[in-house]
Design a binder for this molecule. Structure first.
Ligand code: AP5
Ligand code: MG
Length: 191
């Protein structure tokens, strides 16, 4: 099994690169952001509650996102593995993920961090806000998301560094070049 966390700040390219990874390795993509946005579109009680947080650039409560991930692991049972995108987002979620994987006799293979400088993140997200109109890409909300990433989410990298399950990849440049670097780094790690 290959269980990856694709990690990085808002706009780092987690969603973009996850799509390529699931295709190459036959994995299942679990993006808490996408799952929550689908709940919002379908106007479910979870979605209505989650939008109060997402529209302000703050994290949805841990219990909600952990329950959403748990339900998908129970349903799916993909024997090849998973790409976790946007989850875990804080240390409590990281601990919960480890426990959850252990419950299914799995474990995390590796966290892959995409490194992208602040100014590039801002310009990618503002461009996407013009093209796609994601509600949380408004400039004030983007700044809040980036601040929260530094304060609450970034420490998750140390958690996995301490377990020797961490690599980082330069996330600047062409998407296919970045993907090739990610694949090379994963394969090197697994040797
Ligand atoms: P989430 O959906 O996870 O958003 P995010 O982490 O803020 O990241 P993005 O989806 O904006 O960026 P990305 O890294 O996926 O980059 P992408 O590939 O799209 O979370 C949204 C919200 O949901 C959170 O704020 C929170 O409220 C809630 N939430 C989600 N998970 C949660 C959790 N676990 N706990 C609690 N709350 C949670 O790329 C960005 C743009 O750049 C795209 O337009 C893309 O086309 C472009 N791009 C990609 N690669 C390149 C490149 N190489 N060069 C130029 N442009 C590029
Ligand atoms: Mg994304």
């Amino acid at each position: 099994m290959l269980n990856l966390i694709l990690f990085g700040p808002p706009g780092a390219g987690k969603g973009t690169q996850s799509t390529k990874l699931i295709e190459k390795f036959g994995l299942t993509h679990l993006s808490t952001g996408e799952i929550l946005r689908n709940e919002i579109t379908e106007k479910t009680p979870i979605g209505i509650e989650a939008s109060k947080y997402i529209d302000h650039g703050i994290l949805v409560p841990d219990d909600t996102v952990i329950a959403l991930i748990t339900a998908r692991l129970v349903q799916n049972g993909n024997i090849n593995g998973y790409v976790f995108d946007g989850f875990p987002r804080n240390i409590s979620q990281a601990i919960a993920l480890d426990k959850l994987l252990a419950r299914f006799d799995h474990s995390l293979t590796l966290l892959v961090a995409l490194e992208v400088e602040y100014s590039e993140l801002i310009s990618r997200l503002l461009l996407r806000s013009k093209n796609e109109g994601r509600t949380d890409d408004a400039s004030a909300v983007v700044e809040k998301r980036l601040k929260l990433y530094r304060e609450v989410t970034e420490p998750v990298m140390c958690y996995y560094k301490n377990k020797n399950k961490f690599i980082s990849v330069d996330g600047l440049g062409e998407q296919d070049e970045i993907f090739a670097k990610i694949v090379a780094a994963i394969e090197k790690y697994r040797l």
